[in-house]
Design a protein. Structure first.
Length: 201
């Protein structure tokens, strides 16, 4: 059963694509099942996505508290660029009312919140010359998988290649005109190894 989005006043409608297809090699087990504050890492990210009109998770099916729609990149394991392309195609194919904005979230962001997502979407909406907005950490590292984009711009970017297998997500998104937002706290922190988990995990 679909879950009604938790919409904040003044935030334009958006869909969410959660990229959850990594192999977790450096973690040693399925990191998205790791518990953080009593929730799995994936469920925490899905909580941040709770304002999305449609939420599509790209990766192998896992148990989740919130019902979500699933799809896979082609071929399975093709990487995050292929996952984004599969996610946007699935949302547009399944939803006659796809939102004008699409949010991209990696599934391994323990500190991302709905406030983060809403801020990104609002930043794009307020910048008519921008295709998207993404977080940038204090070291200047762009978080392409903590970002919001005009859906039309994402669709156009996806047509630049016929096959995104093994292509870096930066190659998909970097050509777009993006607004950079500094991270607040640790919201852009991702998990690669067990020591990257919050201390209350």
């Amino acid at each position: 059963m679909p879950v009604s989005p938790i919409v904040q006043p003044g935030v334009p409608p958006y869909d969410v694509i959660v990229v959850a297809g990594g192999s977790s090699r450096r973690f040693g087990s399925d990191k998205l099942a790791a518990r953080v504050g009593g929730e799995s890492l994936l469920d925490r990210v899905l909580g941040a996505a709770s304002g999305g009109r449609h939420v599509r998770v790209v990766g192998p099916r896992r148990p989740t508290v919130r019902p979500v729609a699933w799809t896979r990149e082609e071929p399975a394991g093709a990487g995050p660029a292929a996952a984004v392309v599969a996610g946007i195609a699935a949302i547009e194919g399944d939803s006659a009312d796809a939102a004008p904005y699409a949010v991209l979230l990696a599934a391994d962001l323990p500190y991302v919140t709905q406030e983060t997502v809403d801020r990104l979407v609002t930043a794009v909406d307020e910048s008519p010359t921008s295709d998207g907005a993404l977080l940038v950490d204090p070291d200047g590292r762009a978080q392409y998988l903590c970002s919001a984009w005009r859906r039309d711009a994402l669709r156009t970017a996806a047509t630049r290649l016929a096959d995104w297998d093994g292509v870096a997500v930066r190659a998909l998104l970097e050509p777009l005109h993006v607004r950079q937002l500094p991270t607040r706290g640790r919201e852009g922190h991702d998990v690669d190894r067990p020591e990257d988990l919050p201390s209350d995990a």
